[in-house]
Design a protein around this ligand. Structure first.
Ligand SMILES: Cc1ncc(COP(=O)(O)O)c(C=O)c1O
Length: 368
């Protein structure tokens, strides 16, 4: 039994620059629609290599706004992997369209092109490709969808700082959405999100959909609502952005230590990084046969663990009545959801804590 404090799943970064930005913006009295939002949108788009972008209230409404500007609505189908956070799928119903759930590549946890191809119909209006855990989606997904004229929204809520073949996530799709929820790789002191675009024709629509579809102070041309992010949060985000590369590097150092240590473990299957990728390691997810036993073992050794996510979207009660709710045909997804466990991986994890996680995993004997 461990008597030291438990190794947690996350720890927040709060510094004097963030405090200074908060007070400065508060005292300025310019709390919304000011220079910080404008600069944060531009800096974030530049960092990701996107054409442009805007901050917004959170990663869930970012997805809704992205679907809206693509004109997705009632009667349309949107392809989405079932192995993701629920917001990747519920956003589709929120605009009156229907999710068509597809498989992920089991080794990478990201959407499988063959599954998209099989699900594609004349009603398909868009694909949501999720960079789950910080692993970039395969480039051939974007290439094939482009050939079909099928818009892709990158759900990059977990992908800040990840890249593939030298291109950052956020620069692959027609649009990309991000979350700055407190536990994400980058945060803004509350809920927060961003929408990036890589198409000239979407630059204006995305900037107005988050602000009541307003074309001028008293004129509202298109349907939108208030999805804006406050100035203080944008200011905090700008400070955090300057740390992001260092944090992703630290996540990679920790992940490399885990990967080296767990190689060949008889009972714990480590994750795989796609060739050419810089993984953002939002989560470090292993697979085990007896998840309950493994988690109890880690707990007894003083290490917190999590599950992202135990129930695939197509089996969530919210999708009861969906034609895929019978769980036929998404076998890779269902198998993954039964086996995955997330281990602590975050920039403020101490080396000594990394040692403890490794020791605990190596001591796992499996089930008899
Ligand atoms: C993959 C994915 N998509 C969307 C979201 C929604 O983001 P938010 O919590 O900021 O609304 C999250 C956040 O948890 C996520 O992990």
């Amino acid at each position: 039994m461990e008597d030291r404090p438990k190794v947690p799943l996350g720890r927040m970064h709060i510094d004097d620059e963030m405090r200074e930005a908060t007070l400065r913006i508060l005292n300025s009295g310019h709390w919304i629609k000011g220079p910080e939002s404008k600069a944060f949108g531009q800096e974030w788009a530049e960092y990701c290599g996107a054409l442009g972008g805007v901050p917004c209230s959170n990663g869930s409404v970012a997805l809704i706004a992205a679907l809206k500007v693509l004109g997705v609505g009632p009667g349309d189908e949107v392809i989405v992997p079932s192995h993701t956070y629920i917001a990747s799928a519920t956003c589709i119903e929120m605009v009156g369209a229907h999710p068509v759930f597809v498989e992920v590549e089991p080794e990478f946890h990201t959407v499988a092109l063959a599954s998209i191809q099989a699900a594609h119909t004349p009603r398909t209006k868009a694909v949501i490709a999720v960079h789950l855990y910080g692993q970039p989606v395969a480039e051939d997904v974007f290439a094939w969808c482009a050939e079909q004229g099928l818009p892709v929204i990158e759900d990059a809520a977990q992908g800040h700082g990840a890249s593939l073949n030298g291109k950052r996530v956020g620069s692959f799709g027609d649009l990309a959405t991000f979350s700055f929820f407190p536990s994400k790789n980058m945060a803004v002191g509350g809920d927060g999100g961003a929408i990036l675009v890589n198409r000239e024709d979407l630059l204006h629509p995305i900037s107005v959909v988050i602000d009541h579809g307003r074309s001028s102070k008293y004129q509202n041309d298109t349907l939108g609502t208030n999805f804006r992010l406050s100035e203080i949060q944008c200011g905090i985000g700008r400070v955090q952005l300057r740390h992001l590369d260092g944090w992703v590097a630290r996540r990679n150092i920790i992940a490399s230590r885990y990967l080296a240590a767990f190689e060949g473990h008889p009972h714990v299957q480590p994750p795989v990084v796609r060739a050419g990728a810089v993984h953002a390691w939002h989560q470090f997810v292993v697979q085990v046969e007896d998840r309950e036993g493994f988690m109890a073992h880690m707990d007894a050794h003083g290490v917190a663990t999590g599950i992202h996510y135990p129930i695939p979207c197509h089996l969530q009660p919210v999708f009861e009545g969906h034609p895929q709710a019978n769980d036929v045909g998404l076998n890779a997804t269902s198998r993954l959801c039964d086996r995955i466990v997330s281990l602590p991986v975050f920039p403020l994890l101490e080396d000594e804590e990394v040692d403890r996680v490794i020791a605990a995993v190596l001591a796992y004997p499996g089930t008899a």
